[in-house]
Design a protein around this ligand. Structure first.
Ligand code: F3S
Length: 298
C-alpha cells in the first residue's frame, strides 16, 4: 500500500502561533487561562492542561494576576473591551488574517455599506467578526441560505454591499455564493478572506482524494476546517474521519492500494506521525512482504 500525506496537513501558522504562545507563557511561570479551547484538538489540550493551562468561558472567570490568551479565532470588540477593564494580562493570539477581517468589516460599516459574512454563525470566529461590524451585517452559511437571505433582506439591487468569508469557509461554496451575489447586487465589493492555508489544504486534499482508494482525515470533531476536508474528500473516495490512530478501523484497509492522509489546521504533527506508524503496522498485516509496495511519502 502506498501512503501519501498531504504536504499542507496539520498545524497552520495561526494555530501554531497560538499554541506556542501558551507554551511560552507557561514556561515563563505565568498562570495561563485561555478564552475557550485554544485549539480543536483534545490531545494538545490535554498536554497544555498538564502544563497548567486552564480554559475559561468568560474573561471574568480569570483569577487576578493571571494571563488570558485570546485564541486565533479572535473575539468581538465588546469582549476586547471587557478584558481591558479586568486586572489581568492579555496575550492576544488572534490570527493576523482574522484581524484583517475585523478591520475590513469595521471600515466597510463606517463607510455605510452592508456587510455580508459567509460563514457558520455559531463559529467563534464569525461571532468575533460580527462583533467588529459597525453597521448592518448578516451571516449566511451556504449558497442556499444566501438565496433565502436575499429574499428576506430585500435590499435594492444597487445597495452598497461588502462581502467577506470566514477564513476556513469552503472554497467551492464561496464560488457558488459569489456567482449568486454578482448576479443580484450591482454594487458589491468582494473581499476574499479565505485563508491561503485553508484554500491550499482543501485543494490538495481534493487532488489527493481523486487519486487514492481511501483517505484519512485527521482532526478534532469540533474543528470546522477538518469537517470541510472530510466533506471535500468524501466526494471522491471512501474517507475516514479520526481524531487519533486509535479511531482508525483497521479492517477497512484491505484492498486499499493507495491511501491518502490529510489533517486539519489544529492537528499536531505528533498525531500525523502516530497515524503513519499505525498504518505501517496495518500495511504489514494486510499485504504480504512479496506484494507490498512502498509509499513514496512514507
Ligand atoms: Fe490563521 Fe489561516 Fe490558521 S486564518 S488560524 S493561518 S487557518
Amino acid at each position: 500500500m502506498k501512503i501519501e500525506v498531504a504536504k499542507s496537513a496539520g498545524f497552520c501558522f495561526g494555530v501554531n502561533r497560538a499554541v506556542t504562545l501558551v507554551e511560552d507563557l507557561l514556561r515563563q511561570g505565568k498562570k495561563v487561562c485561555t478564552l475557550g479551547p485554544i485549539i480543536h484538538n483534545p490531545q494538545t489540550l490535554a498536554h497544555l492542561e498538564k502544563l497548567g493551562a486552564r480554559i475559561v468561558e468568560e474573561p471574568e472567570q480569570v483569577p487576578p494576576g493571571s494571563t488570558l490568551v485570546v485564541r486565533s479565532h479572535g473575539v468581538s470588540r465588546s469582549v476586547e473591551e471587557q478584558i481591558a477593564r479586568l486586572p489581568i494580562e492579555c496575550a492576544d493570539a488572534t490570527c493576523p488574517f482574522v484581524e484583517k477581517i475585523h478591520r475590513i468589516v469595521a471600515e466597510q460599516g463606517q463607510a455605510g455599506r452592508i456587510v455580508l459574512i459567509a460563514g457558520n454563525p455559531e463559529h467563534p470566529e464569525v461571532q468575533g467578526i460580527l462583533g467588529h461590524c459597525t453597521g448592518t451585517a448578516f451571516v449566511f452559511p451556504t449558497a442556499k441560505e444566501l438565496e433565502k437571505g436575499i429574499e428576506r433582506w430585500q435590499f435594492s439591487q444597487n445597495s452598497a454591499v461588502s462581502v467577506v468569508a470566514q477564513t476556513t469557509f469552503s472554497v467551492a461554496e464561496w464560488r457558488n455564493c459569489l456567482e449568486i451575489l454578482k448576479k443580484v447586487y450591482t454594487n458589491a465589493k468582494i473581499f476574499d478572506t479565505i485563508c491561503n492555508a485553508t484554500a491550499s489544504r482543501q485543494s490538495e486534499a481534493e487532488s489527493l482524494a481523486c487519486t487514492c482508494d481511501a483517505m484519512i482525515v485527521l482532526g478534532g470533531r469540533q474543528s470546522s476546517n477538518t469537517a470541510k476536508l472530510y466533506e471535500v474528500c468524501s466526494r471522491h473516495t471512501q474517507t475516514i474521519f479520526a481524531q487519533s490512530a486509535a479511531e482508525i478501523p483497521r479492517e477497512l484497509f484491505a484492498g486499499v492500494h493507495h491511501l491518502g492522509i490529510t489533517a486539519g489546521a489544529s492537528t499536531p504533527a505528533s498525531i500525523i506521525k502516530e497515524v503513519l506508524v499505525t498504518m505501517a503496522e496495518i500495511n504489514e498485516g494486510v499485504h504480504s512482504p512479496e506484494t507490498a509496495e512502498s509509499g513514496d511519502n512514507f
